[in-house]
Design a protein around this ligand. Structure first.
Ligand SMILES: NC(=O)c1ccc[n+]([C@@H]2O[C@H](COP(=O)([O-])OP(=O)(O)OC[C@H]3O[C@@H](n4cnc5c(N)ncnc54)[C@H](OP(=O)(O)O)[C@@H]3O)[C@@H](O)[C@H]2O)c1
Length: 268
């Protein structure tokens, strides 16, 4: 019997690449995005509507899969958006919306699917976070916070559901080529903002990193490998050696030195 996968954010970037690959490997894949009509119908999987910022659409998407397949074996909480700007000048409504997409929506989806996975005594949930979830990145404070919260939530849920035969883990990407930079929310800076100059330098580096990022194949294969591992870990990082090393550096360097290096990295 084919395993049934529900993956959010499958109209673009990492989600689309993962949905295609898993379908090629024999999984039965349902991908989601806010408005499937905007996109050409994928050949290998079904694209169904789901808006993480609208709770009723989450239940609808799960109902569609359950009606057709009567089970959901794998949930990949992949959809997410960036938010960028100095924390002082981020509008509360923009941060709240980012948390809806990156944290509360994925949480609601997990809550909606878990009863079925418990009934099956089997399931796998992968939450896509970010290497930026372990480091509070300057000018990406809102993003680091929403992804960091998803990461901690994963640790907790994982222990709560393991006795039901359900695995939960995170995959945190470094910079991968995708549409994330063009889709992310940019805080409109005030003309006289004291952050203007330094923020522009940071933004240039941040966007250069996404544009020169790694192709999604690597993360897609990692996800496939994780899904097939007997005893998966709680956290996986996938990215350039420097990005993965930065997480280790944070743990071993004195915090003020680490901060200096990070600031230099983004402003040079
Ligand atoms: N690419 C990177 O370098 C990178 C690095 C770290 C982490 N990540 C994480 O990896 C995941 C995939 O990102 P990506 O790079 O592939 O980005 P992307 O190309 O911008 O794709 C984002 C996907 O999420 C969907 N989405 C956005 N807002 C949504 C909402 N409110 N409700 C439902 N779906 C929504 C989009 O679908 P529609 O717009 O069609 O609805 C799209 O399919 C995200 O969680 C991102 O934070 C990416």
């Amino acid at each position: 019997m084919k395993k049934v996968v529900l993956i959010t954010g499958a109209s673009s970037g990492l989600g689309k690449a993962t949905a295609n690959f898993l379908a090629e490997q024999g999984y039965l894949v349902y991908g989601t995005c806010r408005n499937p009509k905007k996109y050409e119908n994928p050949d290998k999987y079904q694209l169904i509507p789901l808006n993480l910022n609208e709770v009723n659409t989450i239940q609808n998407a799960v109902d569609i899969v359950m009606k057709n397949e009567e089970r959901i074996d794998i949930l990949i909480n992949n959809a997410g958006t960036g938010i960028i700007g100095p924390v002082e000048e981020l509008e509360m409504s923009a941060i709240q919306s980012n948390f809806e997409t990156n944290l509360f929506g994925p949480l609601k989806l997990i809550q909606t699917i878990l009863p079925q996975m418990r009934k099956q005594q089997n399931g796998f949930i992968i939450n896509i976070t970010s290497i930026g979830c372990t480091i509070g990145l300057p000018y990406r404070g809102g993003y680091s916070a929403s992804k960091g919260a998803l990461s901690l939530l994963t640790e907790a849920i994982r222990m709560e559901v393991s006795s039901f035969g359900i695995n939960v883990c995170t995959v945190s990407p470094g910079d991968f080529i995708s549409d994330i930079a063009s889709r992310r929310y940019y805080a409109p800076l005030k003309k006289e903002s004291p952050y203007n100059e330094i923020y522009k330098k940071n933004l240039k580096t941040i966007n250069e990193h996404v544009n020169s990022g790694i192709k999604p194949d690597i993360i897609v294969k990692k996800i496939f490998q994780i899904l097939n591992s007997k005893n998966p870990k709680v956290h996986y990082s996938v990215g350039s050696p420097l990005q993965k090393f930065s997480v280790i550096l944070k743990g071993i360097l004195p915090s003020r030195l680490f901060e200096k290096l990070l600031i230099l990295f983004y402003t040079n």
